[in-house]
Design a protein. Structure first.
Length: 378
């Protein structure tokens, strides 16, 4: 029955395309590696299969917290980006959001300090490096301005006069240069289609061809599991012995088999190809955190890292669907209000969970907007 249902759906979709109700090519639909609703374990090309490394990852791997922030309300009366700056209400939204994020990071810092103290009490060598936090933004005026206002409330690494001494600061925020890959655009087509889904130039197949690959590249730069923690000498020996045993077990097949892709680096992922006619785009690896000399070799210097990303509604909705391995063409069914928080976590094993979607609990009702719409009744 399931096979019949799938066949009937495909037949109906094909006939709909022939009737003109789907105004875009099937080649521009996102094609998952695993059919829905199954999960692709190697979605970021960083899956580890060695049992010793997996045990280390589960024991002391790093969780990546990715907080997507939509920009504040902005002046939409102008066409050029430089003049589309935040409204007074948009600036107020950004200030309140900065306070909310500062409280969230303060909680993370407290948790980090408790773990350090617990490790010392048990005689373990605790992680002593700062909690890693990076602040990103798109290159558009409204996002950069929102990020500037948020940064005022965060313990920035470049702050020349921090209020607390260095030995008591376990968390600093690194501000990264604006990233044009995060700019607003048309990430993919919309299903179900509206009357104007492909009629406007900003919603045409050409705009998806242009913007889709760019936004997917931004997604791949941000969403991935962290690098596995360093192995102890004992674990290194186990990994080496396992590889040697596997090679000795089947030397002929090992020699004949093509080399497997490296699983732990983003820059070894295959070229991005969203559709048959899209140009390949190569992602760049995320910023690398310098190793801590005082951290023991078997201990990861930090267990959590945070990426705060100030960008745009279409980008956020697309990334949320992609991260959860749900059909990204459903992105327009979601709503992300101005200065809302969409919070996802990528676990060391590659599992992804959504903690909040478009959260505006930190904003009052008078501060809650979706572009020019106020409140929820629109």
């Amino acid at each position: 029955l399931l096979g019949v249902a799938v066949f009937q759906f495909e037949k109906k979709r094909e006939s709909s395309s022939a009737d003109g109700r789907f105004r875009f090519s099937d080649s521009q639909l996102f094609k998952p590696v695993q059919p829905y609703p199954f999960w692709d374990n190697n979605w970021d090309w960083r899956e580890e299969t060695d049992e010793t490394i997996l045990a280390s990852v589960r024991r002391s791997g790093v969780s990546r917290h990715i907080i997507l922030v939509r920009h504040g309300q902005y002046d939409e009366t102008y066409g050029d980006d430089e003049r589309r700056v935040l409204t007074p209400l948009g600036r107020q939204q950004a200030e309140v959001t900065g306070v909310r994020l500062a409280a969230l990071l303060e909680s993370a810092q407290t948790s980090h300090q408790l773990k350090v103290e617990s490790g010392r009490a048990q005689g373990d060598a605790p992680p002593t490096s700062n909690v890693v936090v990076r602040l990103h933004s798109s290159n558009m005026a409204r996002a950069k301005e929102t990020a500037d206002l948020i940064a005022k409330h965060l313990p920035m690494a470049s702050d020349p006069t921090p209020s607390s001494p260095p030995e008591s600061r376990h968390l600093t925020v690194q501000r990264l240069p604006p990233n044009p890959l995060l700019n607003e655009g048309r990430p993919c087509h919309v299903v179900p289609e509206g009357k104007s889904s492909t009629a406007q130039p900003s919603m045409s197949p050409l705009s998806v061809h242009r913007d889709g690959a760019r936004i997917e590249t931004a997604f791949r730069e941000l969403f991935h599991r962290a690098k596995p923690p360093p192995l102890s000498q004992e674990d290194k020996a186990k990994v080496k012995a396992a590889k040697k045993a596997a090679k000795e077990k089947s030397p002929a097949s090992a020699a004949a088999a093509p080399a497997a892709p490296a699983a732990a680096t983003q820059d070894t992922a295959p070229p991005l190809l969203l559709s048959s006619d899209s140009p390949p785009i190569k992602s760049t690896p995320p910023p690398q955190i310098p190793p801590q000399e005082h951290a023991p070799e078997f201990e990861q210097p930090h267990r959590h890292e945070y990426e705060i990303v100030v960008c745009h509604g279409n980008v956020i909705r697309y990334m949320a669907m992609r991260a959860l391995q749900l059909p990204p063409e459903a992105w327009l069914r979601l709503s992300t209000f101005n200065c809302s928080l969409t919070y996802l976590v990528v676990r060391p094993t590659g599992n992804v969970s959504l903690r909040t979607l478009g959260d505006v609990g930190h904003l009052g009702m008078s501060e809650t907007t979706f572009s020019g719409h106020h409140g929820f009744e629109w």
